[in-house]
Write a protein of this length. Structure first.
Length: 92
């Protein structure tokens, strides 16, 4: 049989060791810049540092992502439209 109290004590001891090792690190919680990976505060909304190059690079990346997403939907529509039309023709 398993001793439940012994297991609970072991889990509590391990979790307290993990908490102590994390809190003993003396590093404040933070995020990292998406471009240069420098530590930034948690409150930074666009996740970039204050360097102008990083801000410009992030804006360009977001613009590229929007463009690729739009093109993906357009190409998907181009391939799906003939299929949907052929299905509609079979039903009629």
């Amino acid at each position: 049989m398993v001793n439940a109290q012994k297991v609970k004590d072991m889990v509590a001891r391990k979790s307290s060791q993990i908490v102590n090792s994390v809190s003993g690190n003396k590093m404040q919680p933070h995020k990292h810049c998406r471009v240069c990976f420098q530590p930034i505060p948690l409150s930074a909304d666009p996740r970039v540092c204050k360097d102008q190059e990083c801000i410009d690079k992030n804006a360009q990346d977001e613009k590229n992502q929007r463009t690729v997403r739009t093109l993906m939907f357009v190409f998907f529509g181009l391939f799906a439209l003939p299929y949907l039309i052929s299905l509609a023709m079979r039903v009629l």
